[in-house]
Design a protein around this ligand. Structure first.
Ligand code: SF4
Length: 407
């Protein structure tokens, strides 16, 4: 039987383009929403014969800001996906939301459409930090939106937070995190005193990175913004891991924490280097050993899918909106498996790696000898210190010469 797949759907719309963001998202193109939806439905139809044998175990509607879409649009999208693809009955179905764009009624419509997990982009509860990030919600609005997810029936909610902002103190970050993990549903949970029942089910805590080509990168280059001190950022990361562990969250990936049974199944697909179908402008997919990228421009995406006119590719794929594709060599697959799998605390099972992995043995031994990794019961995982300098380990892995016939 074929291995299961994830499904990623990219929604390119945002209310404001945040200065630090390098995602494929755009403000001011709301008038394309219905054409985008028609194109996404058609892309699913075009993919259907190639992947219908494979069970879809997770769906992630990401962006962009998917919560700008009406409940009816999400209902059509998921209904169509279910009618054309083999979606598991218990599939995890996540929708990314921003606090300013969700109200109770819309969340209820998403829940009724089959969404069973919400990932909320909160980032901070401090007004000055939210302004720096160009986020347009307030701390109150973020808390109310969380409360509304519970009232709409979501028992699996993630909150995204960002730390390491220029000038951010440890105390400021601590205040944001403490308040978020103390959030309760204002309506239904007021009488529940158990601290384990407060807060989201999952937290993604990312350090701010200055991505090339963003307005933030230009401000940093011009000296108008000074990046946070790396030692302070490392202190924040250490404190976060400690505090969330005390609060009952499992630290299962470098930047991700979950209550028991609430790890993000879709993101585990990426970290375990498993395959996923991806649709929507700028989406990256991995199907049948081929990695591909859909054209980034929403206008071009809509036009190409509508006209079913594809640029010729070296690999034959069903969507006309794919602009680049490459069959992954065994060597690249091995390196991808290690560099993504080592982000997970569970690490990577060495026995599952091809014999090619023996070429990496000196690098693995170097990481173990330097206290950056450990081998235990046939698994390789990074140590606490290794997670802090994971990029150094990954660079070493990428430097290993592939075998002469690898490509
Ligand atoms: S809301 Fe999210 S996707 Fe949209 S511009 Fe801001 S960071 Fe990027």
């Amino acid at each position: 039987m074929s291995a299961p797949l994830g499904l990623y759907v990219h929604v390119p719309f945002c209310t404001v383009k945040c200065s630090y963001c390098d995602f494929n998202s755009y403000a001011g193109i709301e008038d394309m929403q219905s054409a985008w939806l028609e194109a996404a439905l058609r892309e699913i139809t075009l993919w259907s014969p190639s992947v219908v044998e494979r069970e879809i175990t997770s769906i992630f509607i990401g962006g962009g800001t998917p919560s700008l879409l009406e409940g009816e649009s999400i209902q059509r999208l998921l209904y169509h996906a279910r009618s054309r693809l083999r979606i598991a009955g218990d599939a995890e179905v996540t929708l990314e939301a921003n606090p300013e764009s969700v109200q109770l009624e819309r969340l209820q419509a998403y829940r009724a459409a089959g969404v069973n997990r919400v990932s909320m982009g909160v980032q901070s509860l401090h007004a000055a930090e939210l302004v720096f990030l160009d986020r347009i919600h307030s701390a109150d609005r973020a808390e109310a939106a969380f409360s509304d997810t519970r009232r709409a029936g979501f028992d699996n909610v993630n909150v995204d937070l960002i730390y390491g902002l220029p000038g951010q103190s440890l105390e400021s970050w601590q205040d944001t995190l403490e308040r978020v993990i103390a959030w309760r549903d204002r309506q239904d949970m007021q009488d529940r005193q158990d601290r384990q029942d407060s807060g989201p089910d999952h937290l993604s805590c990312y350090a701010l990175t200055v991505e090339a080509g963003t307005p933030l990168a230009a401000r940093v280059a011009a000296g108008r913004v000074i990046e946070a001190d790396p030692d302070r950022v490392a202190d924040i990361a250490d404190w976060t891991a400690q505090r969330l562990s005390e609060a009952g969250y499992e630290h299962y990936e470098t930047s991700n924490y979950a209550r028991r049974g609430r790890q993000c199944l879709h993101n585990l697909t990426y970290w375990r280097n498993q395959e996923y179908l991806a649709i929507g402008p700028g989406a990256h997919g991995f199907v049948d050993g081929v990695r591909y990228q859909v054209v980034r421009s929403p206008r071009l995406y809509i036009d190409r899918v509508a006209a079913a006119q594809a640029e010729p590719l070296l690999v034959d794929l069903p969507s006309p909106a794919i602009e680049a594709a490459e069959r992954v060599s065994e060597w690249d697959h091995l390196i991808d498996t290690l560099t993504s799998g080592l982000r997970l605390m569970e690490g990577v099972e060495l026995a599952s790696l091809p014999s090619l992995a023996e070429r990496l043995r000196p690098t693995i031994d170097w990481a173990v000898a330097n206290g950056l990794a450990q081998e235990h019961r046939g698994r390789l995982s990074l140590s606490k210190r290794g997670h802090a300098v994971a990029n150094e380990v990954f660079v070493r892995l990428l430097e290993v010469e592939p075998p002469p016939d690898a490509y």
